[in-house]
Design a binder for this molecule. Structure first.
Ligand code: NAD
Length: 418
């Protein structure tokens, strides 16, 4: 049976790269586990007067290079190992694009589609209160992830600020732009995915104007990745979300799809009538296209379906969409995979810019942010590609080697307390 536990996968990916780096034993032991794991159980008053218990997590993996940083996810299936994996990947992500943050992740086990706005507000505020001792602008900075929004970041900031008796905008990123948020943050992850895809297409000598792409997950990351890819000339032939998968070999009309999603009560693709609907949602991963962008959840490309993928290039918008078993198959089949920690680092990069703006009490223009983001994504790609070629490894291992090398150097130089 293939290993699907994301934490074990994150550790396996770490071990592969640490072995190549011949990392010292003590650093391997230290960096393959999170620094701190907090699990909280808390009561929340529901709209009907009932009181329900919720479970929340915050995992801090490493802060050798700067404050812990990572999103907050709301999902009914979330468990501690998933949060541990996501926190670990954040450390490697901030290191591979060389921003001065560490890695963390958190979330609440809940299904937002069954909760009212008022209930979500009370859950978010109580969760923030429960973790408030270990977050802060210099300590650990949450951000939005799956099923969390700028509005929820505003509630987090407000709750944390009440405790401090002054406004602390730097405690979370991904806030609304009129409340300390950065221009370009909403677009950042998807745009970064598309920019990374452009770099990889150039390596494969493929002309974006002649490339077709399919995007799994039409949420924040996937929809923006699709729009940016379209802007760069790529034809989007398939998109999917939790409700269904749409395809059109002639190219989907994204503006019309966006209108449909905005009007849908749960912001989903279902009932869109101007494209073919694939019989099974996951058939999107195997459809005819040159570029595949998984931008939904973990473990979507596994040893089971990797042999049937038709794309020549996979650029990971989601965290952990590809299992190590699938990675091995893609390598044998000569399918290039650009790993999550590099490809989707645009989000945390602009989160860093947001935090800098908060600390400096500044607001940069959209253009300024996008120029900085584009430069960061473009300069982060080539060293990974060059190392992969030099070492004869896949891009994931190369990205890990660069990231682990940076974190290890900081840890060694700081030394061990006491
Ligand atoms: P989101 O909640 O905005 O969107 C998730 C999308 O995936 C939704 O459209 C949902 O319907 C869809 N989905 C869920 N299950 C699916 C399935 N089985 N098949 C197809 N679609 C499915 O979340 P997001 O913020 O876009 O995050 C998506 C991924 O990107 C996650 O792995 C997240 O950790 C990662 N990520 C997000 C950011 C960010 O800035 N938001 C940054 C880096 C990485």
């Amino acid at each position: 049976m293939e290993e699907l536990n994301p934490y074990h996968i994150a550790q396996l990916q770490f071990d592969r790269a640490a072995e190549r780096l011949r990392l010292e034993r003590w650093l391997r032991d230290m960096l393959r586990v999170p620094d701190r794991t907090l699990s909280v159980e808390f009561p929340v008053k529901m709209d009907n007067g009932d009181i329900r218990m919720f479970t929340g997590y915050r995992v801090q993996h490493n802060n050798s290079r700067g404050p812990y940083k990572g999103g907050v996810r709301y999902s009914p299936e979330m468990n501690l190992d998933e949060v541990r994996a996501l926190a670990t990947w954040m450390t490697w992500k901030t290191a591979v694009v060389d921003i001065p943050f560490g890695g963390a992740k958190g979330g609440v086990v809940c299904d937002p589609s069954t909760l009212s706005q008022a209930e979500l507000e009370r859950i978010t505020r109580r969760y923030t209160y429960e973790i408030s001792d270990i977050i802060g602008p210099e300590l650990d900075i949450p951000a939005p992830d799956v099923n969390t929004t700028p509005q929820m970041m505003a509630w987090m900031v407000d709750t944390y600020s009440m405790g401090k008796r002054h406004s602390e905008f730097g405690v979370a990123t991904g806030k609304p732009t009129f409340l300390g948020g950065s221009h370009g943050r909403l677009e950042a992850t998807g745009r970064g995915v598309a920019l990374t895809a452009m770099n990889a297409l150039a390596d494969l000598k493929l002309n974006p104007q002649k490339v077709t792409a399919a995007v799994q997950g039409y949420g924040n990351v996937g929809s923006q990745a699709a729009r940016s890819l379209r802007e760069f000339g790529v034809k989007i032939v398939g998109v999917s979300d939790s409700s269904c998968a749409l395809c059109d070999p002639e190219g989907l009309d994204l503006a019309e799809i966006d209108q449909h999603v905005a009007a849908h009560p749960r912001h989903l693709l279902e009932n869109y009538t101007k494209a073919l609907v694939l019989p099974e949602r996951n058939e999107l991963l195997e459809m005819e296209c040159d570029l595949l962008v998984p931008a939904a959840l973990e473990n979507q490309l596994t040893a089971k379906n990797a042999g049937r993928v038709q794309a020549k290039l996979i650029v990971e918008g989601a965290n952990g969409p590809t299992t190590p078993g699938a990675d091995d198959i893609f390598q044998k089949r000569d399918i290039l995979v650009v790993p999550d920690i590099l490809a989707n680092a645009g989000g945390v990069t602009v989160s860093y810019y947001e935090w800098v703006q908060n600390i400096q009490r500044e607001q940069w223009s959209f253009r300024e942010v996008v120029e900085k983001l584009d430069a960061k994504m473009n300069t982060s790609y080539a060293p990974v590609r060059d190392l992969a070629r030099r070492e004869g490894v896949d891009l994931r291992t190369a990205a890990y080697m660069i990231a682990i090398g940076r974190v290890a150097e900081s840890t060694r130089t700081r030394g061990v307390f006491p």
